[in-house]
Design a protein around this ligand. Structure first.
Ligand code: PMP
Length: 364
């Protein structure tokens, strides 16, 4: 394999979920490890999948025209500004493949989403990892945008930024975004990973979609996996200037988004009530869970996503193992260099109650 790939480790979901489901039975497991949406998708998405089944022997529309048109209407952009991916993961990987190469550099923050490092190394490019904000900052371990901009050099082709970020849950607003983008040279592509954007309701959060017209070098990724509750279908999308999309499109796997997925996502877009409802429930449960954890003396990082990062200190591995033994699956953070923290997805009220009950037993 090429040197970048030799150093790579395959994606690690933290636990063997298939084995755990077999062991505990799905209904008894509290799965809060993968930032999924506990409410599931719009019923219209399920119906659209059933409707699409008559065409399973046909290849899907390789361009995903109907879904792209629906997305273009939703975001007020041209159809030519959208590319669909098999999850936004695929698009993040493809961005590295298309825009970065050996002897070139990709800049991103420590504790930035794991796929940034994967994509850079798969492309054979150099990683320039920028120190995150300190733990004591208002946005603990969040992106230090000034430092990221300062790290952009002559060899930099790509900058990955997640807003809000996984696994920290941290975010930034419009002023910070614009000040940052103003410092990035126009030939450097800034990828704004906004997988959790729909769930961000803080007045000081701003999507880069609001400033796309001013910065032709910005590419925004979004996903149907989180707020839309369709992680199982694997659909994400990229919004950028038509020229950038056209170049990316050259490396698209011909039929990368399957037929049932295209139909379901289009239907899901039509059900804004469901999206709003799921996001409101998430925000309410996120607040309640953060408060409940803080009441137990735990440090909870601020979050605008559907998970919270929580400090457990030196006892982290023991706590994590004891929770797994009780059928509660969270995400250990050692792989991110946050070995004293556990990331907890915000579940339904019932899941959060079961998590807290198990935690009380473990911490007692
Ligand atoms: N970006 C971020 C920040 C994420 O947390 C995730 C999923 N964990 C993704 C992208 C990828 O999601 P998907 O491939 O399901 O769209």
């Amino acid at each position: 394999a090429q040197p970048g790939v030799q150093r790579l480790k395959a994606y690690d979901p933290g636990h063997d979920l298939v084995a755990l489901r077999r062991q505990y039975g799905e209904a008894h497991l509290v799965e809060l490890g993968s930032n999924e949406n506990p409410y599931g998708p719009s019923p219209a998405a399920r119906a659209a999948i059933l409707d699409s089944l008559h065409a399973l022997h046909r290849y899907p529309d390789p361009l995903g025209g109907d879904l792209k048109r629906a997305l273009a209407r939703k975001h007020g952009v041209e159809v030519g500004q959208i590319l669909l991916g098999n999850g936004s993961h695929e698009l993040l990987m493809q961005l590295g493949q298309v825009f970065a190469g050996p002897s070139e550099e990709v800049v991103f923050s420590r504790y930035g989403f794991a796929v940034f490092a994967l994509s850079t190394q798969a492309a054979g490019a150099r990683m320039r990892i920028v120190e995150a904000l300190p733990r004591e900052a208002a946005m603990p371990c969040g992106h230090d945008l000034d430092a990221i901009a300062a790290a952009v050099g002559a060899d930099t082709k790509l900058v990955y930024v997640a807003n809000p970020n996984n696994p920290t849950g941290t975010w930034f607003g419009r002023d910070a975004l614009v000040a940052f983008l103003d410092k990035i040279p126009a030939h450097v592509i800034v990828v704004m990973d906004e997988a959790y954007a729909e769930m961000a309701d803080a007045p000081d959060y701003a999507s880069a979609l609001n400033v796309l017209d001013r910065y032709p070098n910005v590419a925004v990724t979004r996903t149907f996996s989180k707020a839309y509750g369709l992680a199982g279908l694997r659909v994400g999308y990229l919004i950028a200037q038509p020229g950038l999309i056209a170049v990316m499109d050259r490396l698209r796997e011909s039929f990368n988004v399957n037929g049932p997925a295209l139909a379901a996502c289009e239907a899901a877009l039509g059900d804004e009530d469901h999206l709003r409802w799921a996001c409101a429930r998430n925000a309410e449960q996120r607040g309640a869970l953060a408060e409940a954890l803080a009441r137990r003396g735990l440090r909870v990082f601020p979050s605008q996503t559907n998970f919270v990062l929580v400090e457990f200190g030196a006892r982290t591995p023991q706590v994590e193992a004891a929770l797994v033994a009780r059928g509660v699956i969270l995400r250990p953070m050692g792989g991110y260099g946050l070995a004293d923290c556990i990331r907890i997805s915000v579940g339904s009220a019932d899941e959060n109650r079961r998590l807290l009950a198990a935690l009380d037993e473990v911490l007692a």
